[in-house]
Write a protein that binds this ligand. Structure first.
Ligand code: NI
Length: 170
């Protein structure tokens, strides 16, 4: 899981379909905002993310449900912002992670069509978190102040973290 995943070449929708179904099912079971293929043991550069409403982030705007194969991320400026993250691969924990505020991302969807988008805020955070998995990077590696990293129960009891109903990405 901490390895660098391989590019998908060529992008073949019928070959990807079973993997994508597994990923959507796993993400839904965890009520996650996203998941990356290596999290289910497949070392390929495939991520999915998005939801209409996420109970963990009731105030966050919807993120379009997206399949991104061979993703590329380009920060649009140097602005970073801090936000809480968790991860299916780091169960029971949360941490504050700095991420680029504005990004452009590109890749291929489940049909092999090119996607190019700009995103900011939580949408940009989800994409950065999931794509990190493809390079074997978990969010704790990016935490700058370790006082903001810990078990959900401990962080909640200490008042650092608002109560959250489930444990998932990001
Ligand atoms: Ni994750």
């Amino acid at each position: 899981m901490l390895e660098v995943s391989a590019r998908v070449d060529p992008v073949e929708p019928e070959v990807l379909q079973p993997l994508l179904q597994d990923m959507w099912d796993t993400m839904a079971a965890a009520k996650g905002a996203g998941i990356a293929a290596p999290q289910i043991g497949v070392l390929q550069r495939v991520v999915i993310f998005g939801y209409d409403h996420n109970p963990r982030y009731p105030d966050a705007p919807p993120v379009p449900r997206t399949v991104l194969v061979n993703p590329e991320i380009t920060p649009l400026d140097d602005t970073r912002e801090d936000g809480w993250e968790g991860c299916l691969s780091v169960p029971g924990m949360r941490g504050i992670v700095p991420r680029f505020r504005h990004i452009r991302y590109a890749g291929y969807d489940q049909h092999g069509n090119r996607i190019e988008r700009e995103a900011s805020g939580f949408h940009a955070r989800v994409v950065q978190h999931e794509c990190d998995h493809l390079d074997g990077i978990l969010y704790p590696f990016r935490i700058e102040d370790m006082r903001s990293f810990g078990y959900i129960d401990t962080l909640t009891e200490s008042g650092l973290l608002a109560r959250q109903p489930c444990d998932d990405d990001p």
